[in-house]
Design a protein around this ligand. Structure first.
Ligand SMILES: CC(C)(COP(=O)(O)OP(=O)(O)OC[C@H]1O[C@@H](n2cnc3c(N)ncnc32)[C@H](O[C@H]2O[C@H](COP(=O)(O)OP(=O)(O)OP(=O)(O)O)[C@@H](O)[C@H]2O)[C@@H]1O)[C@@H](O)C(=O)NCCC(=O)NCCS
Ligand SMILES: Nc1ncnc2[nH]cnc12
Length: 315
């Protein structure tokens, strides 16, 4: 069982120029290390309403921090083969790429279930990070600068048509996401990918970088990004547990927190803790937003990778 650090370290400053230095095996390993760092930053961030964090297990009875630590350790290494598959597929038409990734995605899901004793901790993350790592590989394989824009555009091309193909009216609704699409029209993890992670790219990522640029600490900047996701991400997990009313409650609560100053409000942490208690009472869990928060950090740090060594791992 991996040890759980109490908090993630401050990162070195990201270089936002087009970095094209490290293109060898080291880059695949660095993408996997960054994936682990991003997942860890997400589950350690506290408080997060309804989610597992250092304060409590949120609205969950079958998972805690140690489950997330085990899950992150099991799935993050798969980012390296996703990256290599993407680099090998750099010249393929985008619509042919997903089929090359799915066996590795399913293997990563099996590794997650083996590590967690059958609990779904990171299925959405495996999907999002699988696509992002593969797109990063394609970007590098084409000799382009490794940045969030290029990666998100390639993810949009790879995932184009996925909602129509997998959630269309002729398909049996076998998952919560598919059933929610049928009833309420939400497109969930697939729609977010097909949009090129628009909620992240045009929302939580600029919110994160703006907070960091004005000197806000990493944890609080991640809270700003999370609050943005809570208000704007159509999270199928919230709907699965609380129906459209549950999702509307979460959105309105996040908007209210933003209006009273967000992370700059003097009682921000206490307000988030009150919201955590309210989510738990209503059995709400924004698991999709948790995944997108981790992805926000990943995309923020990605440009620094090609030049820097992989983030230092704690034992
Ligand atoms: C295409 C897949 C995502 C599979 O599709 P599925 O139909 O299973 O997907 P969805 O139900 O639509 O969502 C899957 C997870 O995606 C996350 N998510 C939800 N909304 C969004 C959103 N708007 N944007 C992005 N991501 C979103 C969310 O994951 C998190 O929640 C998980 C916990 O979920 P669950 O167990 O259902 O919830 P609980 O409330 O805990 O359940 P109960 O306790 O009540 O029973 C956790 O995993 C978080 O990650 C959705 O759950 C994709 O998985 C797929 O195609 N897989 C096949 C393999 C593959 O190809 N892999 C990728 C290759 S690149
Ligand atoms: N911290 C967390 N708590 C519950 N579900 C999650 N899915 C991804 N991260 C999560």
């Amino acid at each position: 069982m991996p040890t759980i650090p109490t908090r993630a370290p401050e990162p070195r400053p990201a270089r936002r120029s087009a970095v094209v230095g490290r293109r060898g095996a080291g880059l695949a390993a660095a993408v996997a290390a960054l994936t682990h760092e991003a997942l860890e930053r997400e589950f350690l961030l506290t408080p997060k309403p309804g989610l597992v964090d250092r304060r409590n297990t949120g609205s969950h009875r079958d998972m805690d921090l140690s489950t997330f630590a085990a899950s992150a350790a099991a799935i993050a290494p798969f980012a390296a083969p996703f990256f290599r598959l993407g680099r090998a597929a750099a010249a393929l038409p985008a619509e042919a790429v997903l089929a090359t990734l799915r066996p590795t995605g399913l293997e990563a899901e099996r590794a997650m279930y083996a590590a967690t004793g059958g609990v779904n901790t990171h299925k959405g993350s495996i999907f999002a990070f699988g696509l992002a790592a593969a797109a990063a590989g394609r970007v590098v394989g084409r000799g382009d600068a490794l940045d969030a824009e290029a990666v998100c555009e390639d993810v949009a091309a790879i995932a184009a048509g996925l909602v129509e193909r997998e959630l269309g009216p002729t398909h049996e609704a076998t998952t919560a996401g598919a059933a929610i699409h049928r009833r309420f029209g939400l497109t969930g993890a697939r729609g977010e990918a097909a949009s090129g992670f628009a909620t992240v790219r045009h929302g939580s990522l600029p919110v994160l970088t703006a907070a960091l640029d004005r000197g806000v600490g990493t944890e609080r900047a991640l809270h700003a990004a999370f609050l943005h996701l809570l208000e704007h991400n159509p999270d199928t997990n919230l709907v699965a547990r609380g129906g459209p009313q549950g999702a509307a409650f979460a959105r309105a609560a996040a908007a209210a927190l933003r209006r009273r100053g967000g992370i700059d409000a003097p009682d921000f942490v206490a307000a988030m803790e009150r919201l955590d208690d309210a989510f738990i009472a209503a059995n709400l869990s924004p698991g999709g937003s948790a995944d997108l928060l981790a992805l926000t950090w990943f995309l923020h740090r990605l440009p620094a990778l090609a030049a820097d060594p992989p983030p230092r791992r704690r034992s």
